[in-house]
Design a protein around this ligand. Sequence first.
Ligand SMILES: Nc1nc2c(c(=O)[nH]1)N[C@H]1C(S)=C(S)[C@@H](COP(=O)(O)O)O[C@H]1N2
Ligand SMILES: [Mo]
Length: 436
Amino acid sequence: MTEPASSGNSGIQQSCDEQASDERADGKQLGRRRALTILGAGGLLVSGSAGRTVSAATNASGPRSWREAGGGFSNYGTPSDDSRIIRWISAEPSSPGTGASWTPLHELEGSITPNGLHFERHHGGVPAIDADRWELRVDGAVRQVVHLDLDSLRQRPMHARFAFIECGGNSSSLWREQAVQAPAGWLHGLVSSGEWAGVPLFDLLEEAGLGSDAGWLIATGLDAAGVTVSLALDTLPADTMIALYRNGEPLRVEHGWPARLLVPGHEGICNVKWLGRLTVADRPAMSRFDTVSYTDLGRDGIATRFSRVMGVKSVITLPAVGDQLAVGLVAITGLAWSGAGRISRVEISVDGGNTWDDASLDGEPLDRTFIRFRFSWNRSRATPVMMQSRAHDDAGRVQPTRAALLGTHGPNHHYHYNAVLTLGIEADGRVVNVHA
Ligand SMILES: Nc1nc2c(c(=O)[nH]1)N[C@H]1C(S)=C(S)[C@@H](COP(=O)(O)O)O[C@H]1N2
Ligand SMILES: [Mo]
């Protein structure tokens, strides 16, 4: 298993269900920045319009070996050296299948997380499911129990949509008093986004026929943890699906193959992997995933349950902790998303939140999906500043300040951290995480 964090793994398992991310090697070691290398066109072959192959004009540059007959190629593509980007894994050594891997948000561009870098969160390891013996059962308060194997699911009408998945415990180390020094992905990388394809849930429920007392859907995974989640039917998005594909290919084993529930905008745990059973009921199961974990503990000591819709949030991915900025133009970029709809606006502040300017967005934001934002900042003087991003969504929600979020939550809160994040740019240009 890849284990970039060479130290600090013992004791990383929190008493709560998700991992905190502050016990790690220093961010500089982990956050390998990509050197931008502009390659000349030397040696590249360009296919001409008549189907002829012609050498690019500048092929005099570059080592001779580039122009010799190349090596073999494979059935499944090879990442380039420059894209050998990996996730950081936080796992308990005594049960290495349980833990999380974090998407290196600070090393990626665009708004689609590649399948091999989509974060993972496992409560009971990755089960070895035999697809030939696998089936999904829809039962409970239905007129007829439905059994579906993988072939019959694949033959049904499907739908594809973009959606992020964010763990309810993402950014949980930000609840702490001390700012943790690590780049964005190692603190906020329990979120990924991409395109999912599968069978609409409500088509299956219609076929099964909902009973008159149907109020809840209880989804159960086939892993050792027996992850069981209760979802109120009247709050489930209409585009909830039994996902079979991600970014065009069948689900990866770790992401729930052969099938997982995808509830766009709902917190990670609702997206039950290795899905085995959907039970319609008149009440929630009150599993540990409904009650002990993923609840919101208020200042009065009372916990709110079933707060499943993720907040509006943004993360600056560049610059990243460990970078050193020169004086002059600085390209700021990052990702924004909302569990309740589309991102309508992202603003940037370089004065600790006193004044804000609109960032530009890479195209039209889609519903419950990453959108990339960009801002060009002229760092005219070598003075310290605080840099922030703040997202708004079309449901009218705005990312709260840290003070506002801490004000409404108890001191022992753990889940759903979505406050405005702050990067400190020091006088010498060093980038650090700070609380503001
Ligand atoms: N069966 C099963 N489903 C599961 C989990 C799990 O451990 N077992 N983890 C949940 C949690 S907490 C999250 S955040 C997401 C993570 O999905 P991913 O590993 O594909 O990123 O899956 C959810 N579904
Ligand atoms: Mo999660």
